[in-house]
Design a protein around this ligand. Structure first.
Ligand SMILES: Nc1ncnc2c1ncn2[C@@H]1O[C@H](COP(=O)(O)OP(=O)(O)O)[C@@H](O)[C@H]1O
Ligand SMILES: [Mg+2]
Length: 236
């Protein structure tokens, strides 16, 4: 069952066309990667889905056309976006950030249980629960950003360069937790990642973007075996 489908999606910032034609599918509960060099259009693809850039083509979620819906409506349908740069609310505490993630929910008991789950998933946050987000390390902020997105109980998580700026061991920790979240929650994931080793540890399939188009699409195993992928993304 396809949850998210993009067919020949275009996107532009004002007069500047950035996506020429991007197609991809995320199955229900699946994890799909988007790889590509700086400026290829990875972030813009996520923004096209979450409704923060002008788009053409077809974008459907759960069988429904969502292209052109605003970001609030897209979020309410069950798509949570963890943006590049994390987007946590610096003045608010860890707990408050997690509560903000659940702002559309009314189920108070379940919200409390989900906060406990976040703290179990990211034990580093436990000791920091009352600290302001701005005081956290980069890795802790990334954990909080993922936790906050989870608190919305989405059906699809959009994740933009979760490893950016993190020490390799921290990035690995973050991805292991995301892998556990995927297994335990069944939330589908669309993951933009420059670190292909991390991406391939999590996703089933991936697409490589080049200047706003799909250059290659395949399973993780297929892509890992390709010379051009090894050279460009896997360091050999
Ligand atoms: N707000 C913007 N206004 C104009 N051009 C932008 C804007 N954001 C990104 N771009 C351009 O769009 C292209 C794709 O950017 P982006 O989607 O951020 O790439 P990636 O995430 O793959 O690095 C780049 O050439 C970038 O300069
Ligand atoms: Mg980007």
């Amino acid at each position: 069952m396809t949850l998210l489908e993009l067919v020949d999606v275009t996107a532009a910032y004002g007069p500047v066309q950035v996506l020429e034609s991007v197609s991809l599918e995320v199955p229900e509960g699946g994890a799909v990667g988007i790889l590509g060099a700086n400026g290829a259009g990875k972030t813009t693809t996520l923004r096209a889905i979450s409704g923060t850039v002008r788009t053409g083509g077809k974008i459907s979620f759960d069988g429904r056309d969502i292209r052109g819906l605003g970001p609030d409506k897209v979020a309410a349908l069950g798509i949570a976006h963890v943006p590049e740069g994390r987007g946590t609310l610096g003045q608010l505490t860890v707990r408050e950030n997690l509560r903000v993630g659940a702002y559309l929910r009314k189920d108070r008991k379940a919200i409390a249980a989900d906060i406990d789950y976040c703290l179990d998933l990211f034990p580093n946050l436990q000791a920091r629960i009352g600290s302001s987000a701005a005081a956290l390390s980069g890795g802790e902020q990334q954990m909080l950003a993922v936790g906050r997105a989870f608190m919305a109980k989405p059906r699809l998580l959009l994740l933009d360069e979760a490893s950016l700026g993190l020490a390799p061991s921290t990035a690995k920790l973050v991805y292991e937790a995301i892998g556990r979240l995927r297994k335990e929650s069944g939330i589908a994931m669309l993951i933009v990642e420059q670190n292909a080793n991390l991406a391939f540890s999590l996703v089933d399939t991936a697409t490589v973007l080049e200047t706003g188009r799909n250059a290659l699409t395949g399973t993780s195993a297929e892509l890992k075996g390709m010379d051009e992928i090894r050279r460009a993304y896997l360091g050999g």
